[in-house]
Design a protein around this ligand. Structure first.
Ligand SMILES: Nc1ncnc2c1ncn2[C@@H]1O[C@H](COP(=O)(O)OP(=O)(O)OP(=O)(O)O)[C@@H](O)[C@H]1O
Length: 350
């Protein structure tokens, strides 16, 4: 069974007698035990979509089904607490006047005292904060507060976790440690999750799949690697990482002509002979070599820890090139040659 199925979802905000169409005929499916990241630039509708799933959003039209149960429609609109979803927000949303124990126990009011204590202790152990149960939120670090918010959501034993930018208030080191920890926890408990972020690095680290949104629509969904190496449009390509584009012409089934000479693809390119296209080249798909008579020249060098990044002027165009083996002595002004490393070509005709 799918953990979540969304069909033809539309959402509007009414503002000054004007109706703004925010989510547009949106479809999305999450498999059981799958973590999907909603990624996209600010304002594209990520939070609105998460709120629609949680039941916090008005003015929505379309079908939302969570673990086989329809949660909205003409005659149904389940309240957030009836949807069996766990919500985790950026600002932790802990009650400041309640201890850690009481914050977690808050959503378990219908349980008996002993069962409640057992449940709270169990989730505190899961997030490795058992000894903090008597503390108050202000006595915890940001990372610890977020772990408590996660424990509180887990205590409720939701069928689906919804996370809205949960890691963005944390510094880099804590953030990626927590991301790995929470991912393992969700996987261990076979829990599905929908996770909102505008950081692709967080999406890469946390999710099984990335759903890239643009202006209220999902424009591509797939494994992070797929969106990076086989983007469906230039927008996706540019969002997922640094892109170079070169003009090419289709000379034969698997042959292209370019400033880099003749290029051979492993398989036939799906464009007619003679078409003028743009070939996407990631910085690591271009090789750089110092050559006294080189056609290109280095115009910038960035040292980025594990690799170096060069900007190269090659036949009047600038290319960004990444080199993993650190090259001593490559300097601005050096003459170089560029060549394209064999890979499966991605071509666009716009
Ligand atoms: N309560 C509201 N009333 C009117 N318009 C709203 C309201 N909330 C959000 N919007 C608008 O809806 C659009 C989508 O907002 P949403 O918060 O879903 O985007 P987002 O992708 O989560 O952005 P961010 O990454 O900045 O959080 C934006 O244009 C926003 O201005």
């Amino acid at each position: 069974m799918s953990a979540l199925v969304i069909k033809n979802l539309n959402c509007f905000y009414q503002e000054n007698k004007q109706k703004n169409h925010i989510l547009k005929n949106l479809d999305l499916e999450l498999q059981d035990n799958e973590i999907v990241c909603l990624l996209g630039e600010s304002g594209c509708g990520k939070t609105t979509l998460l709120r629609a799933v949680s039941g916090l959003q008005n003015n929505i039209h379309g079908d939302i089904t969570i673990n086989g149960n329809r949660v909205n429609g003409e005659s149904i609109n389940l309240a957030p607490e009836q949807r069996k979803v766990g919500l985790i927000f950026q600002d932790y949303a802990l009650f400041p006047h309640l201890s850690v124990f009481d914050n977690i126990a808050f959503s378990l009011q219908k349980m008996g005292k002993e069962a409640k204590r057992e449940r709270v202790e169990k989730v505190l152990a899961l997030v490795q904060l058992s000894e903090f149960s008597e503390r108050f939120p202000h006595q915890l670090s940001g990372g610890q507060q977020q772990r408590i918010a996660i424990a509180r959501a887990l205590a409720y034993q939701p069928e689906l976790m919804l996370l809205d930018e949960p890691f963005s208030n944390l510094d880099q080191h804590v953030r990626f440690k927590l991301i790995k920890e929470i991912r393992l926890l969700l996987k261990k408990h076979a829990m599905s999750a929908l996770f909102v972020t505008h950081s692709k690095e967080e999406g890469f680290a946390f999710a099984d799949k990335i759903a890239l949104m643009r202006a209220g629509k999902i424009i591509q969904i797939g494994a992070p690697q797929q969106l990076y190496s086989q983007p469906s449009s230039r927008y996706v390509a540019d969002f997922m990482g640094t892109s170079n584009y070169i003009d090419v012409q289709v000379a034969a089934d698997n042959q292209l002509l370019s400033d880099f000479g003749q290029l051979i693809n492993d398989s036939a390119v799906k464009h007619p002979l003679g078409s003028s296209l743009q070939l996407l080249l990631r910085p690591e798909q271009i090789a750089i070599n110092i050559a006294v008579e080189g056609v290109g020249a280095i115009v910038d060098v960035d040292f980025l820890g594990a690799f170096q990044q060069f900007t190269v002027n090659f036949k009047g165009k600038l290319y960004v090139v990444k080199q993993n083996n650190l090259q001593e002595g490559y300097q601005i002004g050096d003459r170089v040659n560029l060549s394209i490393i064999n890979h499966d070509f991605v071509l666009f005709n716009d």
